[in-house]
Design a protein around this ligand. Sequence first.
Ligand code: OSB
Ligand code: MG
Length: 368
Amino acid sequence: VTPRGFETRVLRIPLVAPFETSFGRQDEREVILVRAVTAGAEGWGECVTMPMPLYSSEHTEGAWDVLHRFLYPALLGVGPVNPRHVAARVEHIVGHRMTKAAVELALLDASLRERDESLAGYLGADRTHVPSGVSVGIMPSLDDLLATVQDYLDQGYARIKIKIRPGWDVEPTRLLRRTFGDDLLLQVDANAAYTLSDARLLRQLDDLGLLLIEQPLAEDDLVQHATLATQLQTPICLDESIVSAKVAADAITLGATQVINVKAGRVGGYLEAVRIHDVARAHGVPVWCGGMLETGIGRAANAALAALPGFTLPGDISASDRFYAQDVTDPFVLDEGRIAVPTGPGLGVDVNPERLEAVTVRRSWTPA
Ligand code: OSB
Ligand code: MG
């Protein structure tokens, strides 16, 4: 495709309820959408950075800067751009993977819409629906947690993940296991809140039958995760640490990760995400699709990715109303605990212009 320009928008969308993790609490989602305008179509990408660099080193204001000063100039006015070559064209820019992923997705979406091909088909999906798990934030009380999880189970969610941190870990997890029984698919996510000296505490999770413990230690603690893995029965699943297919291969080889959470933003795009899927699958390591409170744009792309054959565990792909009363696309809804994978050209979803306008707080147009 030949990009004629990029529109960038910062959106602010209220959350239906606050979302708290070990690194902070959010009441709204501030997120960037990129629209690539090409000769024959337009495509959308979502930049999953957060307003503050707490989950990873990227943040929204930084992404805005990197898009305008480094990524757009590398892709505009240089003739046709094959979406497969976007990553190589911006490789000299170190890091900023979420920001790169947004631009790559916008161009990929435009290119697929021009060719009338679905993203799911292009990535190699072999399923029409994906099981839907839900990520449950840290709650003000155990009673709130029980009520919230009960409500999600009533809605049909296929798997529960709770956020943990020191002081909110073994007790809430044990309570969920006791209340909802052994059949509940249950996992926990620490967002790097522990150190190796917490191994004894984390071992108390071992008899709770968890699917996995997600990112117990810091992003750069690959060797320490491998050490921890020898001390735990619960499989370790890395999220923050896995920033590329290369690191995924290293982490698997080291024994640092037994399962992988794949997030396209974290790894620089959906094409790199597929490579992680491939590496993991070749090693017999299960993967699942993580989430970053995506709008319908990112959620559509995640559903497509999660429909690949190696995604054998339910992902954090909840219905849109888990986070948003009003999304910028038609909402994704639960269908017997599953989300339907869009089948239309590109992402297979459309942005509603009025709803987009209503949540836009900043915009720019960068022509070729
Ligand atoms: O660690 O998986 C995480 C949200 C923001 C940042 C990091 C994480 C999360 C979630 C929510 O767990 C996943 C979702 O979008 O449902
Ligand atoms: Mg996580």
